[in-house]
Design a protein. Structure first.
Length: 303
């Protein structure tokens, strides 16, 4: 029997958010039994539809997991059951959250006005998503620096080795709530030379793996008295490999750059990824707001 048998006849939608692409489906009563092997087969870029992950829209009250029950109690009708391309579970995905909101509107399941918040349940907690024009802003919640003040003082708490780059590079861990390791490079030539196909080596090795962002800061501009930083980023994601964009990764990069720059560093960052541009604002109370577009591409039904 085909690995994709559980998804036969199920309407699927393909979309992307700054070219971080996903397959979405609606399973309001949590009746579909989609295992990791089926997700991996669906996301395969040669034998399946191809995507960085699967997003299943489920009513929080129907899912039955502790995170979903908590989301329902907080008033989040819909829960983002997100899986990486290899079928593994992820705590949160900022790009997928924006795309899910776009999908729910397109399906007629929500109808928020511009500026009206929508609550979405995730394994990392309830997230607020707000539409402004063609973009969506996700309140990604609080970040953490697992290495604490000592890591901020040193500027790093992991050693990272990337094929194509000489030597070992210093990285700073950020939890968003996905685990991330952010590495700053001196120039864009090194950024282009990095090979993110093989798994990046991180020491100490995280028990559940980590996303790795390699970045080149591009300076700052000031508009109406507010400094805005710019940075170019590439990312290797757990369970997906190199992707064209990563929302939690963009937030982690902004957090790391602010930590490295100190109190005077910008709180607003333009993050340039291969798939486009994201905007990250770090709030005074320790949260990250992620803004960017989301696009639905087409629909498909498996044979």
């Amino acid at each position: 029997m085909s690995l994709l048998a559980p998804l036969r006849g199920v309407p699927l939608t393909k979309g992307h958010a700054t070219e971080n692409d996903f397959v979405l489906l609606t399973d309001p009563d949590a009746r579909l039994d989609v295992d990791a092997a089926a997700v991996a087969a669906l996301c395969d870029r040669r034998a399946g539809i191809g995507a960085d992950g699967l997003v299943r829209a489920v009513r929080s009250a129907a899912l039955g997991t502790p995170e979903a029950r908590a989301a329902a109690a907080e008033g989040a009708e819909w829960f983002m059951d997100y899986r990486n391309a290899d079928g593994s579970v992820a705590e949160m995905c900022g790009n997928a959250a924006r795309l899910l909101a776009t999908y729910l509107v397109d399906e007629g399941l929500i109808a928020p006005a511009d500026g009206e918040p929508v609550l979405i349940g995730t394994r990392g907690g309830v997230r607020t998503v707000t539409r402004t024009g063609t973009d969506w802003t996700v309140d990604m919640g609080p970040w953490q620096l697992p290495g604490g003040g000592d890591a901020v003082t040193r500027g790093f708490d992991v050693a990272v080795q990337v094929r194509g780059l000489e030597g070992t590079r210093a990285g700073l861990r950020v939890t968003m709530p996905n685990p991330h390791a952010v590495v700053a490079l001196p120039d864009e030539d090194e950024l282009a030379a990095a090979d993110l196909v093989p798994l990046v080596a991180v020491d100490p090795e995280p028990a559940d793996g980590t996303n790795v962002e390699i970045v080149v800061p591009l300076g700052e501009t000031t508009t109406d008295g507010e400094a805005t930083g710019a940075v170019r980023m590439r990312v290797q994601e757990r369970g997906a490999g190199e992707t064209r964009s990563c929302g939690t990764g963009a937030c982690a990069v902004a957090v790391a750059l602010h930590a490295w720059g100190g109190a005077g560093a910008p709180r607003l960052w333009r993050v340039l990824v291969p798939g486009g541009e994201l905007l990250v604002r770090l709030t005074d109370d320790g949260r990250a707001l992620l803004t960017g577009p989301a696009t639905l591409v087409g629909r498909v039904t498996l044979r």
